[in-house]
Design a protein around this ligand. Sequence first.
Ligand code: FES
Length: 99
Amino acid sequence: MFRLRPDAPAATVAVEVEGQTVQVPAGASAAAAVLVAGLCSIRETPVGGAPRAPYCLMGVCFDCLAEIDGVPNRQSCMVTVRPGMRIGRQRQARAARPE
Ligand code: FES
């Protein structure tokens, strides 16, 4: 559904999204990596479990919450990718700190 712009920076970073390795432009957000990976959602709502995906990409909607490198509740659109980053789906309500 999403693909990189033709004028995207040539330098890329390899990250893992739900176990899938994807190459994203250096400086991109973790939310962009989720979209490049082709996921239709990255989190579930705490009450009903409805799927949500990055929407605003500017830190407003919180629909991009994900588990990044084992830390839940990260706004993936506000996190810049780095090599080897692990981005995972956040399922329903999570503890504020990893247990
Ligand atoms: S996509 Fe809206 S806060 Fe991240």
